[in-house]
Design a protein around this ligand. Structure first.
Ligand code: DC
Length: 648
């Protein structure tokens, strides 16, 4: 398990600017164009990751001269000025789909004998359509393993090109590869797409990068690309930040109700994955499109149906966001991602389920049915897929005890992913400079009171039980013979009753520590807590308490939603209903277990359906299912999260 990473939730808003590494998609296209160009190209803002190292190695083995400046993220490439020559060469594309599918048609346009191979994972990915198209164009290709898969031996003497049809349903990379190689073919190439096209923006990216290197592609209609024969010209290209990688950070803003700015992306970006931002907006986030940045500010996360055919690399990101949505999120148009690094649909469904999130596979996507009360940590398998690791890591922003297995797989496109994410962790000034409230909300029996008390003592912070305040008002009413259903009289009591809450609960000078927990008070308290006048009065008193003493651990039902919605640290404790009932039953045996359960359900119902501040998970709150944890485990999880947000 040493390649497993235990994540620590944020429990607060992700805030900051992120500078992301260069786009793999942009970079591998530019590297190949530079390698085939006449002259010396300079690429800046480049990405050093497994997929781009694979392409770099490949172009060097084909004879391009490469100078790498890792510190300044720059690469200079002196190109071959045309098609490559090779003799019994073996190219290892590692796990890189772009490297292998971009190179295959280029190798077919070169001369000599070469074998294109890759890691086991790449060997099991599809190549059949591209192999077939190249055979049709006259290339001699031999699959050394399974048909339609790598390794492939290519014996080439250049290609004439002409016209070819290819299915666009499995991967747009097949088509991009043909387009990139086409200037090498004697007659250029007319590519006709058949079937439903997936990921069209990637073809547009190919066209744009080719144009940067002096080759213009014509598109006489939606399904035809015409590439003239010719020569790429060296250029200076700035690689855009990776828009697929940006999706994780926009999602982090949405999930935690934070604010994240990604520099270097904009509306006109080359990459189709910037469209993910529109999805965030439709879900409820606020978006600012700058000239050279995109900023997302999290807000509500509504449900909805989204077709991600054109930017499917963000489908897992959206599925992760969906775990925290207010209602179902359906993702369509992405059946083909079953054949990426792994079956991404099955993978997400299985890993979300481990975290208590119901997701159902459909023919061309999945539906996520979130239930925030059921979220729980789990050990997450990543199936050698960088996007599984990065998207499931997003759940850990608000769920403790998430472990990402084989987290190193992010090296494929984003080696520094985890440290970049860490940079967005909220930080607050020491207590005294701000009102540092740790908001602990949750239903009865979730363990909230015990946890909040112990957490306060562990962190050496004041503790405030707001539920005791509502109970105290009921005690005052019953003492004075006031009907708890008399709204005005109760509001008056909530404003005037002297309530002191510490170890002992003192109401108008009289100890009521035990009295506030009796079944008679239980019976009335939810009704009284649903009285808007009472709430208004008590919320004001609670805010005053925290503000005067600089904050502390406050527990209740609406601390994160109403009393301190800007609390820097929010937690929502839950437990399965049976567990909560048993806990309450074991605390006091006055009632039978059945009665306790019934009473609990009744109070849950009133608390979570009342019009005024219903009990619900505050946006951005970390959700902790305490059913299978000890109190000490919960306290120590919360303490380490809280410490991680306090500035040293
Ligand atoms: O946490 P408790 O069981 O002592 O809370 C008593 C009641 O008060 C419960 O029915 C919900 C209500 N309450 C509330 O509405 N808002 C709070 N901040 C705290 C408690």
């Amino acid at each position: 398990m040493n390649n497993s990473r235990l994540m620590t939730p944020f429990a607060g808003p992700a805030v900051g600017d992120v500078s992301l590494p260069g786009s793999k998609s942009h970079m591998n296209r530019a590297l190949l164009c530079a390698a085939l160009s006449e002259g010396r190209s300079r690429l800046s803002g480049v990405l050093f990751a497994d997929d781009t190292e694979a392409m770099l190695e490949a172009i060097v083995s084909l004879g391009a001269t490469v100078e790498v400046d890792r510190e300044n993220f720059e690469i200079e490439v002196t190109g071959l000025a045309g098609a490559p020559n090779f003799r019994d060469l073996v190219i290892d594309a590692r796990s890189s789909g772009t490297t292998s599918r971009f190179l295959l048609p280029t190798l077919a346009g070169g001369s000599g004998v070469v074998t294109l191979d890759g890691a086991q994972q790449l060997r099991s990915r599809p190549f059949a359509e591209q192999i077939e198209a190249l055979r049709y164009l006259g290339c001699d290709l031999e699959e050394l393993g399974a048909l339609g898969q790598l390794p492939v031996k290519i014996s080439s003497q250049g290609l004439e090109g002409g016209e070819v049809e290819i299915s666009a349903e499995t991967s747009s990379q097949f088509i991009s590869g043909l387009m990139l190689a086409a200037p090498l073919y004697t007659n250029g190439l007319k590519i006709r797409l058949t079937g439903l096209l997936v990921s069209r923006p990637y073809l547009e990216l190919t066209v744009k990068v080719m144009r940067d290197f002096g080759v213009s592609v014509e598109k006489p209609d939606e399904f035809t690309y015409v590439v003239p024969p010719g020569r790429y010209l060296a250029t200076e290209a700035r690689i855009e930040p990776d828009a697929s990688a940006a999706s994780y950070f926009f999602a982090a803003a949405s999930i935690t109700q934070g604010r994240v700015k990604v520099v270097g992306l904009h509306r006109e970006s080359y990459q189709g994955d910037v469209q993910f931002v529109d999805v965030m907006e439709q879900l409820g986030a606020k978006v600012v499109w700058g000239e050279n940045f995109i900023e997302v500010e999290g807000d509500r996360i509504r449900g909805g149906t989204f077709d991600l055919r054109d930017f499917s690399d963000t489908a897992q990101t959206l599925a992760a966001v969906a775990a925290f949505a207010e209602s179902d999120i359906e993702i369509t148009g992405i059946g083909f991602i079953r054949r990426k690094e792994t079956d991404r649909i099955a993978g997400m469904v299985a890993e979300l389920a481990k975290c208590g999130v119901e997701a159902i596979e459909s023919e061309d996507g999945l539906i996520v049915r979130p239930d925030l009360w059921s979220l729980r940590g789990a050990s997450i398998d990543t199936y050698g897929d960088h996007r599984m690791a990065m998207s499931m890591a997003l759940l850990s922003l608000r769920i403790p005890r998430i472990v990402i297995n084989d987290h190193d797989c992010v090296a494929k496109t984003f080696p520094d992913f985890f440290s970049c994410l860490e940079e967005l962790r909220p930080k607050v000034k020491p207590r005294g400079e701000v009102v540092a409230v740790a908001a602990i909300d949750g239903p009865a029996g979730s363990g909230k009171s015990t946890v909040a008390r112990l957490l306060a003592s562990e962190l050496d912070l004041p503790h405030f039980d707001t539920g005791a305040m509502y109970r105290a008002v009921v005690v005052a009413a019953l003492r004075a013979g006031i009907d708890p259903e008399n709204q005005d009289a109760m509001t008056d009591l909530a404003e005037k009753t002297e309530i002191s809450i510490s170890e002992l609960i003192i109401i108008d000078g009289v100890d009521a520590t035990d009295e506030i927990r009796t079944p008679q008070i239980n019976e009335w308290v939810s009704v009284v807590a649903a009285n808007p006048g009472v709430r208004r009065a008590l919320v004001a008193r609670q805010r005053k308490w925290a503000t005067e003493i600089g904050g502390g651990v406050m527990e209740g039902r609406d601390i994160g939603t109403e009393v301190f919605p800007d609390a820097i640290f929010k937690a929502f404790l839950t437990a399965q209903p049976e567990v909560r009932a048993r806990r309450r039953y074991e605390e006091s045996s006055v009632q039978t277990l059945g009665d306790v359960k019934e009473d609990l359900e009744r109070r849950d119902r009133i608390d979570s359906t009342r019009a005024d501040s219903p009990l619900q998970v505050a946006s951005g709150a970390v959700v902790i299912d305490t059913s299978e944890l000890t109190i000490q485990e919960v306290v120590s999880d919360l303490a380490s999260m809280f410490r991680s947000v306090m500035e040293d």
